[in-house]
Design a protein around this ligand. Structure first.
Ligand SMILES: *[C@@H]1O[C@H](CO)[C@@H](O)[C@H](O)[C@H]1NC(C)=O
Ligand SMILES: *[C@@H]1O[C@H](CO)[C@@H](O)[C@H](O)[C@H]1NC(C)=O
Ligand SMILES: *[C@@H]1O[C@H](CO)[C@@H](O)[C@H](O)[C@H]1NC(C)=O
Ligand SMILES: *[C@@H]1O[C@H](CO)[C@@H](O)[C@H](O)[C@H]1NC(C)=O
Ligand SMILES: *[C@@H]1O[C@H](CO)[C@@H](O)[C@H](O)[C@H]1NC(C)=O
Ligand SMILES: *[C@@H]1O[C@H](CO)[C@@H](O)[C@H](O)[C@H]1NC(C)=O
Ligand SMILES: *[C@@H]1O[C@H](CO)[C@@H](O)[C@H](O)[C@H]1NC(C)=O
Ligand SMILES: CC(=O)N[C@H]1CO[C@H](CO)[C@@H](O)[C@@H]1O
Ligand SMILES: [Zn+2]
Ligand SMILES: [Zn+2]
Length: 664
């Protein structure tokens, strides 16, 4: 089956190369830039800010987590992220042509976390992520780097190494980078790098690039995988050798956020040798849109998550030879792995240490309208390339094969993970607490039928909103993807049982974390949800302040624009100007508890404080529940011996089972 599938992909990949062939530039099908917006595909384009181009630009994806089908729901803001991988392939193809036409360089970079988060990757068998990785490879990237989600499971890491990595070749070099990650292959006694440590290549216009692919100091990897600390990586001999030669610019790709992590360690190491060579950083992992300048010639962006955001980083440098006014058609297709001597003008700029760099970044909402506008097309219908169309079709076929559009039930309205307070009827946690857990879990153990029970769960088990309409198998992987089992302790006095949830929340316990260890340890294992939610919360607070301010000023025009703006990200980062390509109103954010408890269910006619109840809970909070019970009462010392398996369900079964019962 694999072979069959691979040859199918090989055929599409070949088609993709033909379509993206550099020989086909200067096509008349491209409208001149001045005509942009002559028509307005899919409604108002007035709220879309144009991209600023430079001599070199990067299109950046990160943390796609299996969302290759794009966002499929009709509820706000999902249509704004509705472009699929085929649409993105078409966009990349148009942008590469546009770059050529402008005499500029365009690189396409991805910084990891390819799966875990949507059905297309996670429902696949025998190896989750294998088929979606093949789709990723259909767009020829210039640089890719490994994410922590490639490393939680050895089978998946090995599949990535064996199948995904070899597919990332371009112009004679492999572009899959793993500067500080090793893997021990089956049967081997020592490890090998999971990808290239670094790569040196030339852009279409002959600019020399030295690229690295760094992972944060991750500690949550499976056996036979090794992550070297960034501080140690920069002391490696290969690292020193790789950065010694001066390129036109360094491209530091990596799965770590652009702020509050180890990028300065890498940048300082480069700067020790090259005080003003331009450095472009492409980061990821915390799922936010962000931009940082490290010094006047080093800048980094992070480009969100889930195929919602395509990052854009454009750079001009006085050290770049400008190709605009020189013939360039003959300069495509460089196969050299080693650089030639710098040209004289660049040499002069560097030795005088007076390189000036200017840059511009944008966060593109991943939809067909915005792709068409940025590609300078006069209408969305001009976006599709044959390859793009074919990819979309194949995606649908894979989704069908994985049964992803199977409907469990029809949600009557939207349920939000964190847009409304947990007491709101539209709250997902409200639904989980008062409907899903009592309906699906409390009734699931025939031996305990009638015995009153409460169910404890962590809000971190919920990953995404449930939107009005069909709840599908795909949503099962999106909303509640984890496989936590349900355990229970029987006959706990109700007066103690009902206090556990407050104690869990008070203990400052963290989402999806069992032990009360430090923030640093959780961060090292890859837990960064709190950074994304803090980002969302800040936008929401700022937006409320802004609306109040506008109301006070009675700033009619601005208020009107704010009123017409739809919900989405409103990014404030540390770079000049506006980053978001689309003007939005921030999605509201409401604080949510870390843990929730369902109301007691069963025969409640005689429920009193001293009644025995079953305490049911998700498996990974077992030790917390035991220690809290022992602190609440002294009649009995609880231990793991008191814990039994409650049913055969996992958290991934919650919504399918509920929808089948309640939404059919
Ligand atoms: C690069 O320079 C050109 C020409 O001056 C300018 O139009 C463009 O906006 C600049 N781009 C950036 C990213 O600085
Ligand atoms: C963005 O979402 C809003 C609300 O759902 C919708 O009206 C608008 O058309 C969307 N924009 C695009 C480009 O899809
Ligand atoms: C690791 O991934 C493989 C392939 O998807 C899967 O069969 C296996 O169950 C996973 N292992 C764990 C511990 O999740
Ligand atoms: C990674 O692999 C390289 C090449 O086999 C080896 O020299 C190095 O010691 C390995 N690093 C770790 C941390 O295992
Ligand atoms: C799709 O999945 C559902 C739920 O697991 C199942 O009932 C149905 O038979 C499946 N359909 C196909 C075509 O596999
Ligand atoms: C919902 O599912 C039904 C099949 O059960 C399908 O006919 C319908 O088109 C789906 N609706 C949407 C909006 O996808
Ligand atoms: C509930 O418990 C009471 C008291 O033990 C008992 O009388 C009653 O029959 C029970 N009801 C059900 C439905 O089992
Ligand atoms: C513009 C710029 O980055 N200038 C650098 C020149 O070199 C010195 C050190 O030699 C740096 O401190 C400057 O930042
Ligand atoms: Zn991620
Ligand atoms: Zn990550």
């Amino acid at each position: 089956m694999y072979t069959q599938f691979l040859s199918l992909f090989a055929a599409i990949a070949a088609a993709s190369v033909t379509v993206a062939c550099p020989g086909l530039d200067h096509e008349h099908s491209l409208a001149p830039r001045s005509q942009r917006g002559a028509t307005q595909p899919n409604g108002g384009k007035s709220l879309v800010r144009p991209l600023t181009w430079g001599q070199v630009q990067v299109l950046h994806t990160t943390d796609i987590h299996g969302w290759y089908q794009g966002h499929l729901k009709a509820s706000e803001p999902e249509p704004n992220y509705s472009a699929d991988w085929g649409d993105f392939a078409s966009f990349v193809s148009h942008m590469r042509k546009l770059a050529k036409k402008k005499g500029a360089d365009l690189l396409v970079v991805d910084t990891g976390d390819l799966h875990d988060g949507a059905g297309l990757s996670d429902a696949a068998r025998p190896v989750a992520g294998h088929d979606s990785d093949n789709f990723h490879s259909l767009i020829q990237y210039d640089v890719l780097s490994v994410g922590n989600h490639e490393l939680y499971n050895y089978t998946i890491a090995h599949d990535t190494y064996q199948y995904f990595r070899p597919a990332q070749r371009k112009d004679g070099t492999n572009r899959y980078l793993a500067s500080n990650v090793n893997i021990t292959l089956p049967g081997a006694t020592s490890s090998v790098p999971m990808g290239e440590r670094f790569v040196k290549f030339k852009t279409d216009l002959g600019r020399r690039v030295t690229a690295l692919g760094v992972l944060f100091d991750f500690t949550g990897q499976d056996k036979n995988l090794y992550v070297q600390k960034v501080d140690d990586m920069v002391k490696e001999r290969w690292f020193d050798d790789a950065i010694t030669e001066e390129p036109d610019f360094f491209l530091l790709a990596g799965h770590l956020p652009v702020r509050k992590d180890k990028w300065p360690v890498v940048i300082n190491a480069v700067r020790a040798k090259h005080p003003d060579t331009p450095i472009l950083v492409l980061g990821g992992h915390t799922h936010i849109r962000d931009c940082m300048t490290y010094d006047s010639n080093a800048v980094g962006i992070e480009s969100g998550r889930y195929l919602e955001t395509i990052g854009w980083l454009a750079v001009n440098s006085s050290s770049f030879h400008d190709h605009k006014h020189h013939g360039h058609a003959h300069q495509y297709h460089h196969r050299q792995h080693k650089f030639e001597r710098r040209d004289d003008s660049a040499q002069a700029a560097t030795s005088s240490n007076s390189t000036t760099v200017t840059f511009s970044r944008s966060y593109i909402d991943a939809n067909r309208r915005n792709y068409a506008i940025h590609a300078g097309l006069t209408s969305t219908s001009k976006l599709d390339t044959p390859t793009g169309r074919q990819i979309s079709k194949r995606l649908q076929k894979l989704a069908d094969r994985l049964n992803l559009s199977h409907v469990f039930g029809v949600a009557p309205h939207d349920y939000y993970l964190d847009r409304v307070a947990p007491s709101d009827p539209d709250s997902l946690l409200n639904l989980l607490t008062n409907k899903v857990l009592p309906t699906v879990i409390s009734t699931s153990n025939p031996e305990r039928q009638g015995t009153p029970s409460i169910v404890l769960a962590n809000s971190g088990s919920q990953r995404f909103d449930v939107y009005s309409g069909n709840l599908t198998r795909n949503d099962q992987y999106i909303v509640s993807p984890f496989l936590d089992a349900f355990l229970y302790i029987k006959d706990v006095q109700y007066q103690y049982a009902k206090q556990i949830v407050d104690q869990l929340n008070k203990a400052g316990a963290y989402r999806r974390s069992e032990t009360y260890d430090t923030d640093a340890e959780k961060y090292a294992r890859g837990e960064v949800d709190h950074i994304y939610t803090a980002w969302r919360r800040a936008q929401s607070v700022a937006s409320v302040d802004e609306r109040r301010h506008l109301a006070e000023l009675d700033a009619h025009a601005d208020a009107q624009q704010a009123a017409t703006a739809t919900l989405g990200y409103v990014t404030k980062d540390d770079c000049p100007g506006q980053g978001d390509d689309t003007v939005h109103t921030a999605i509201p954010y409401a604080l949510q508890p870390d843990y929730i408890q369902s109301p007691p269910t069963g025969n409640l006619t005689v429920l009193s404080d001293s009644s025995p109840v079953d305490v049911v809970f998700v498996d990974f909070i077992q030790s917390s529940v035991i220690s809290i019970l022992n602190s609440l009462q002294k009649d009995k010392t609880y231990s793991t011996a008191d814990v039994s398996v409650y049913n055969s369900l996992t958290t991934q079964d919650l919504y399918p089972k509920y929808a089948e019962k309640a939404w059919n």
